[in-house]
Design a protein around this ligand. Structure first.
Ligand code: ATP
Length: 461
């Protein structure tokens, strides 16, 4: 089973590279672990995912405020948030090679569930089961390791100039709470939303883009009256599911809603529920939802000396709102979408590999082909159709490379739902028609050029 899963991941990584979705970061220098670069189709897929998210959670609502905060923040932000003291993973050191490994991962690999274990308990189990490092050596006791990338701002490298690459986008929202209140005077409940990079010095980046050191998050901090947290939590839990299934088209049976026990919750959370997904390497966290209470606003009030309370005009009360945080990892969503779409089947007696993307996320929605590449009348008409579609639809390409069979295979591999071919009938008949070929079934149908735009728009939603 494990081998099959690994083989599937290898095929996904290889297709992602071959077709211009995702490349290893700094590849010509041998790569930099935990970093990945997105090529043209990777960028298009990512933009589709982030746009769908922004539409559902920001543009289609009246209670959400978009923010794009700086990645570098004052060092006291991270003291207040608890990250300087506590943003750490449990690690062991190989006593011979000095390499570090995630203790919870070593336990999982031995079939032990580390959820809820203290550091001492993990050490005890590692000793009891005589668990070794992947190199076969004994390991140290389990210790915490801070995952923030440290840097210095300005020319002086002293303690006062220390800053960190943000390990989450969330704090950029909390520190702008007062700005939004002062500028827009929103009434509770309301939320702040942001998409941006975050950095975590993961000791064991792995599973392609699942666990990386430079990641992108989409986060919301949604502020409520303390008594309203539960209903809001349920609301966002349902919204997260809808985003995964309706917007991204993920297979419902691969999605699992998991309550996080107290011992595994982040220090700020009173209640956490994750959406996990069946990745090729197992069921793992895709995104999260946490009830952060008034922890962050209180901490920032204390550390900054700026009052981050809210005055409720209705009840004439002043208080610190409570906060619900839906958080999404863009890379993990991309991997879920790619691995869910990865399909191998037979078409016309031939084996083929294709990405069965929902049209909403497909990087290319329509490919337009002239049947033959050396017939100017076909090329001209195909260009005309291509330009007409491109004006109205994002993700339309023109392809006249190789024969039609090759073009279909190429478009199948990047998950293009529709291929439109212009043939001699198209240019000769008065009621011009094109052939539309459907990716999943290979079926073809004739559609009038005058109906084409509406036809495709209806199909891609
Ligand atoms: P994990 O337990 O897998 O390390 P986490 O619980 O630390 O994840 P959060 O702090 O809740 O993750 O981060 C919010 C989201 O950001 C996660 O649900 C995930 O989608 C994404 N994420 C977190 N760490 C990484 C990473 N190293 N690589 C890619 N995505 C990540």
């Amino acid at each position: 089973m494990k081998k099959e899963r690994n083989e599937l991941m290898e095929e996904i990584v290889s297709l992602s590279k071959r077709r211009g979705f995702i490349y290893q970061g700094s590849e010509i220098y041998g790569g930099l672990a935990g970093t990945w670069d997105y090529g043209p189709y990777g960028v298009a897929l990512k933009n589709n995912i982030t746009s769908l998210w922004w539409k559902r959670f920001v543009d289609d609502r009246d209670d959400m405020y978009g923010v794009d905060a700086a990645i570098l923040m004052h060092q006291n932000v991270w003291k207040a948030s608890g990250h300087v003291g506590g943003f750490a993973d449990p690690l062991v050191t190989d006593v011979k090679t000095n390499k570090r490994y995630r203790a919870d991962h070593l336990l999982e690999e031995m079939g032990v569930d580390p959820k809820g274990m203290t550091l001492d308990k993990m050490t005890e189990v590692i000793r009891e089961k005589k668990i070794k490092s992947p190199e076969g050596n004994d390991v140290s006791d389990v210790r915490q390791f801070n995952m923030m990338f440290k840097t210095h701002v300005g020319a002086l490298e002293d303690d006062a100039s220390i800053s960190y690459l943000r390990p989450e986008t969330a704090q950029g929202l909390f520190v702008n709470f007062k700005n939004i209140i002062d500028t827009f005077h929103p009434k509770l409940p309301f939320g702040l939303a942001q998409i941006g990079k975050a950095f975590r010095n993961e000791i064991a980046p792995r599973d392609f883009i699942f666990r990386v050191r430079e990641l992108e998050q989409m986060e919301i901090e949604y502020f409520v009256r303390p008594t309203d947290w539960k209903g809001t939590f349920e609301h966002f839990l349902a919204q997260q599911k809808e985003f995964l299934t309706k917007d991204l088209g993920l297979n419902t049976s691969k999605i699992h809603v998991v309550d996080i026990p107290e011992a595994d919750r982040a220090h700020y959370s009173k209640h956490s529920v994750d959406h996990e997904f069946d990745f090729p390497f197992g069921q793992k966290e895709l995104l999260g939802l946490a009830y952060r209470t008034d922890f962050d606003l209180k901490q920032h009030t204390e550390h900054s000396g700026t009052d981050l309370s809210y005055y409720d005009e209705e009840t004439k009360e002043r208080f610190i709102p409570h906060c619900i945080e839906p958080t999404f990892g863009v890379g993990r969503l991309m991997l879920a979408v790619i691995s869910d779409a990865y399909t191998v089947d037979e078409l016309g007696g031939e084996k083929r590999t294709y990405l069965k993307f929902a049209p909403s996320v497909a990087p290319v929605k329509v490919a337009v082909f002239p049947l033959l590449k050396n017939k100017p009348q076909l090329i001209d008409k195909a260009q005309e159709v291509f330009k007409m579609l491109r004006k109205e639809i994002k993700g339309v390409v023109f392809d006249d490379n190789g024969n039609i069979g090759k073009r279909y295979r190429r478009q199948d591999e990047i998950g293009t739902p529709f291929c439109v071919t212009i043939d001699f009938d198209t240019v000769e008949k008065p009621e011009a028609e094109v052939t539309i070929r459907h990716r999943d079934t290979g079926e073809q149908e004739r559609v009038k050029i005058s109906d084409l735009l509406t036809y495709i728009k209806t199909k891609i939603g």
